[in-house]
Ligand binder design. Structure first.
Ligand SMILES: [Zn+2]
Length: 244
């Protein structure tokens, strides 16, 4: 669905940056409004980018992600000033993300702009007013960051912070045979309705046993018939403290 949304297309980046593309940018001469009493900075909506802003704020308020991103210096990422130079390797997406996070942390303004960041994705005006699915966007942003960080010390940043595994085990109540499969994940879907906390929602979806009996029996290959069984999930979460 997103296709090449996050391609680090150097030519399109420079075109839109300097107004040669279709994007029209008007910069206000008024100074930006300062932060309000919360002392937090928001992110301006470009039209339909609230899903992107939610994702960016979530990443920004994940200290492990933020610190890992900031630990990458210009010797690894290059510099935005050099992006026009022919043979300079400038990793634009992580650099623009660093710049946005720095603004959110340090600039006394009510809301930060994401146009430089979305330009680095190679987005057009249409993309900015189109609503996307945030989970799909997360996967594509993570993938774009991984690609952009190949060959740097941040090459495994996403995997290191977000990779987890779920082992599904079905135990036959008759013969005790265990059938097992493993799934890797970078994000989990949780149902939050009627849940009092994220921990409860995770517990309910990924830890609690599922019982197969009565009209919902399990076919055991060893017994070769429908039997009572129990399904358990064993998780290796990227942030294990969540379930402790
Ligand atoms: Zn069995």
């Amino acid at each position: 669905m997103f296709g090449d949304l996050f391609d680090e297309d150097y030519s399109s980046v420079s075109n839109s940056q300097y107004g040669k593309g279709t994007k029209l940018k008007t910069k206000s001469l008024e100074p930006p409004a300062p932060r309000e009493f919360t002392n937090l900075s928001g992110i301006r909506n470009q039209g339909g980018t609230c899903y992107l802003n939610s994702l960016l704020q979530t990443l920004h308020f994940t200290p492990e992600f933020r610190e890992a991103l900031f630990s990458l210096g210009p010797e690894e990422l290059g510099s935005l000033e050099d992006k026009e130079k022919q043979d300079a390797k400038v990793r634009i997406i992580p650099l623009q993300l660093q710049r946005l996070f720095a603004q959110l942390l340090l600039l006394d303004q009510e809301a930060a702009s994401t146009t430089d960041l979305t330009d680095s994705f190679g987005w057009t005006c249409n993309e900015e007013v189109r609503q996307h699915d945030v989970q799909e966007l997360t996967r594509i942003l993570f993938s774009a960051l991984e690609t952009s960080l190949v060959g740097t010390s941040g090459h495994d940043l996403i995997n290191r912070l977000y990779h987890g595994t779920i082992v599904n085990q079905v135990v036959c109540k008759e013969c005790g045979n265990i059938s097992e499969n493993q799934e890797d994940f970078l994000d989990l879907t949780v149902a939050v309705k009627n849940m009092s906390s994220l921990e409860d929602a995770l517990w309910n979806m990924y830890v609690e046993e599922e019982v197969f009996d009565y009209d919902n029996l399990y076919h055991c290959r060893t017994c070769d018939r429908l039997v009572k069984a129990v399904k358990v999930k064993i998780n290796a979460l990227p942030f294990p403290r969540l379930l402790t």
